[in-house]
Ligand binder design. Structure first.
Ligand SMILES: Cc1cc2nc3c(=O)[nH]c(=O)nc-3n(C[C@H](O)[C@H](O)[C@H](O)COP(=O)(O)OP(=O)(O)OC[C@H]3O[C@@H](n4cnc5c(N)ncnc54)[C@H](O)[C@@H]3O)c2cc1C
Ligand SMILES: *[C@@H]1O[C@H](CO)[C@@H](O)[C@H](O)[C@H]1NC(C)=O
Ligand SMILES: *[C@@H]1O[C@H](CO)[C@@H](O)[C@H](O)[C@H]1NC(C)=O
Ligand SMILES: *[C@@H]1O[C@H](CO)[C@@H](O)[C@H](O)[C@H]1NC(C)=O
Ligand SMILES: *[C@@H]1O[C@H](CO)[C@@H](O)[C@H](O)[C@H]1NC(C)=O
Ligand SMILES: *[C@@H]1O[C@H](CO)[C@@H](O)[C@H](O)[C@H]1NC(C)=O
Ligand SMILES: *[C@@H]1O[C@H](CO)[C@@H](O)[C@H](O)[C@H]1NC(C)=O
Length: 618
């Protein structure tokens, strides 16, 4: 057993926050944190702002901070949720800070629905997420540029400066790094800017010594690389940091990094307010109408924007707001009686998330001996605190040839020979289908390459794993309900509608088995307890997987993709909405394809790049 030592530098305020005494302390302390302006009442809003940002989440607050930092421009953020104490969120009070949303029934999952978890508070999903900090491989961003067309700057080289700006890297304790073989390469991968206050660190809390047992076994699986830093463009087996400020051991997120303690009169936020229409003068976006979250929703308020309206409402609500504003598939808008401003069929299409496969569970016959004796460098919270037990830290990110050396080519060949029209709704627009087909060509190529990760196996200290798919071939939709346009949109993951997604998941499950049967584990006589060693045929595996597959991996993207209009894209290379002027989208919805990792760091980087693009337009 290793013990949780109490970190020495913990201040009394931090301890109080952990114990939930924040409100008592705040009342008795003379220090009042300076903030940008929280406008409590619509009557106190200015008539117009240079920029209005819809959504005070991960991307929204990042862009707001950058646009207000030199004092030249006024910015209003309109946020649907309220301020929320993220330390409560850590303790599991997450429901209050997230939307209560489920998908439409999924026919390939026996008509089950799937939850749709997204943040609903100042900070958005960054306030409630699992805090893993990951990045795709270089090739996964190069694909964005390939889909964007000649001259695109959204490739790896064009993203790297913004990854460095997005998070401030704090190196791990040397003893912790040595014990666990954590390596990192600041020069190639990370930034440490003073004005970047979202932190990435390896606090080491709850890192089980048994991680190393599994690390040692994975590092000798055929084809598995161990890069110096998994954030430098290639993947394999590596430790990834978490968004925790290691000095205070608290969640580091868009609110703490891009709102708290900013003393700026030109940066305002109004909460509890739902934007429900972008206003236009011809094709120029010049304002936003919003309604109160609670209370009399017939009373809309309008505010004007003189330079740009920026949408950062996230992958589910950005397409909803565009559709409510007359920008979307014409047939859908007509059914909902919304006048068509721009017929843009891509709005709400190309929806993707990382599917979570079923847990392939094992039990050790003989528990492996602890590979580490020292507890040097461990810090963080002990049991009983409100910080969640973190199984975060170590993961394998593997290309398909490594996952399935015998079968990757057959999967790629099956996928590339499909007529995709057979696997999407008949109503899918031609432009959208053209974009899907280009993605198909690219993915079939990448299924045979070692430059893109398909399987993510997160490694805790226990045997077995739950495979996570990093790239899906099915494409879902987010559309307003034509009968109730103002209600929550209809979210359809279209789970397993392309059968190749099942082939991929079967390959992932087989990899987990091959790994558990690998030589380093031989002394420990692991037994498969779930689904059980008798479930072996493709058909048996498929029916087991179908019962426990969840298409919701917390990383929804793609509903306002950055692609050309003729490929079903919604925003251009400058993130401006096709067919409009002075209207941009800056959140996770602009990613045209998933990346091989969790999405927050990429969202922060998109937002940093967006802020630079927006400033350059002035
Ligand atoms: C439970 C969970 C766990 C996750 N775990 C991880 C993880 O461990 N690592 C990782 O990297 N990523 C993780 N993610 C994903 C990551 O957090 C998201 O990809 C990212 O935060 C999305 O940022 P965004 O700016 O696109 O949207 P959000 O941060 O969700 O912001 C959208 C904001 O817009 C507001 N809004 C919506 N509609 C309106 C409207 N009409 N008017 C006004 N405001 C509106 C919302 O209230 C919200 O605050 C997780 C996400 C969730 C939900
Ligand atoms: C969430 O939605 C369900 C179904 O619409 C409803 O029964 C439930 O009360 C809602 N929960 C909350 C917390 O709003
Ligand atoms: C799923 O729902 C559809 C539409 O209501 C129905 O036709 C189909 O039979 C259902 N499938 C299952 C497995 O229940
Ligand atoms: C905030 O800004 C105002 C105006 O510039 C200044 O008077 C005040 O001292 C600042 N407060 C802090 C805490 O920096
Ligand atoms: C809501 O606002 C409308 C328009 O101002 C008003 O006519 C109506 O009485 C209000 N309803 C409630 C319940 O306050
Ligand atoms: C841990 O300590 C034991 C007893 O001192 C020793 O036999 C063993 O080799 C040590 N293991 C490691 C990994 O250092
Ligand atoms: C391995 O475990 C199985 C199942 O628990 C058991 O039947 C078998 O005897 C064990 N073998 C060894 C060598 O311990």
């Amino acid at each position: 057993m290793y013990s949780h030592s109490k970190p020495s530098g913990l201040s009394i305020v931090t301890v109080a926050l952990i114990l939930g005494l924040a409100t008592h302390l705040a009342a008795s302390m003379p220090y009042i944190p300076m903030r940008a302006r929280h406008v409590a009442n619509v009557a106190d809003l200015r008539e117009s702002y240079d920029y209005i940002i819809v959504g005070g989440g991960t991307a929204g607050l990042t862009v707001a901070d950058r646009l207000t930092e030199d004092g030249e421009y006024t910015v209003l953020v309109i946020e649907h949720g309220y301020f929320y104490d993220a330390n409560d969120v850590l303790g599991g009070g997450r429901q209050a800070a997230q939307y209560n949303l489920t998908s439409v029934p999924q026919p390939m999952l026996g008509n089950k629905t799937a939850p749709v978890d997204i943040g609903h508070c100042v900070g958005g999903s960054s306030a409630i997420n699992g805090m893993a900090v990951m990045r795709g491989t270089a090739e996964e961003y190069n694909i964005w540029a390939e889909l964007g067309g000649e001259g695109s700057t959204w490739d790896w080289d064009g993203m790297l400066p913004y990854f460095k700006k997005a998070m401030h890297f704090m190196p791990p304790d040397a003893a912790l790094a040595a014990d666990f073989h954590i390596s990192y390469d600041i020069e190639s991968a990370w930034g440490q800017y003073e004005d970047t206050r979202v932190y990435a660190s390896y606090p080491g809390s709850y890192m089980s010594p048994q991680l190393l047992t599994i690390y040692n076994a994975m590092s000798v699986m055929p084809g598995v690389d161990v890069p110096a830093d998994g954030h430098a463009g290639t993947h394999g087996l590596f430790y990834y940091p978490v968004s925790v400020d290691p000095r205070s051991m608290t969640r580091s997120y868009s609110r703490t990094g891009h709102w708290d303690n900013l003393n700026r009169t030109n940066y305002e936020i109004i909460t509890g307010s739902r934007a429900d229409e972008i206003l236009f003068d011809g094709s120029i976006a010049n304002g936003v109408a919003f309604v109160p979250k609670d209370g009399n929703v017939t009373t809309a308020t309008t505010v004007k924007a003189t330079k740009e309206v920026i949408i950062a409402a996230g992958t589910i609500h950005t397409p909803q707001l565009l559709q409510l504003s007359g920008i979307g598939p014409a047939d859908l808008l007509e059914q909902a009686n919304i006048p068509v401003k721009v017929d843009l069929p891509g709005v709400g299409s190309n929806f993707q998330d990382h599917p979570l496969g079923p847990s392939v569970a094992y039990r050790w016959g003989t528990t492996p001996p602890s590979p580490i004796n020292s507890t040097g460098g461990f810090g963080g919270f002990g049991p009983g605190t409100r910080f969640p037990p973190m199984t975060q830290g170590l993961g394998a990110f593997l290309s398909l040839p490594v996952v399935s050396p015998d079968n990757y080519d057959a999967i790629a060949a099956k996928y590339e020979s499909q007529d995709l029209a057979d696997y999407v709704p008949e109503t899918t627009a031609e432009s959208v289908l053209a974009g899907y087909k280009l993605q198909q060509e690219i993915y079939a190529r990448e299924m045979r390459s070692e430059e893109v990760s398909f399987l993510n196996q997160l490694i805790g200290g226990t045997p077995g794993a739950m495979p996570i798919g990093l790239h899906v071939t099915s494409r879902g939709t987010v559309r307003i309900d034509p009968m109730h346009p103002e209600a929550e949109p209809l979210v359809d993951y279209a789970a397993l509608t392309n059968p190749v997604d099942m082939d991929l998941m079967i390959a992932y499950v087989r990899f987990v088995r091959r790994f558990m049967e690998s030589e380093p584990f031989a002394p420990y006589n692991a037994t498969e307890v779930y689904p059980g060693a008798s479930v072996t045929s493709d058909d048996d595996l498929a029916s087991w997987i179908r019962g426990v597959y969840t298409p919701r991996g917390y990383h929804p993207i793609g509903t306002a993709s950055k692609m050309p209009r003729e490929l079903g894209g919604v925003v251009d290379e400058g993130l401006l909405v096709h067919g409009t002027e002075r209207l941009s989208v800056v959140d996770a919805s602009i990613m045209p394809t998933l990346i091989g990792g969790t999405t927050q760091l990429t969202v922060y980087a998109i937002a940093e790049k967006a802020a630079a693009l927006i400033k350059s337009r002035q």
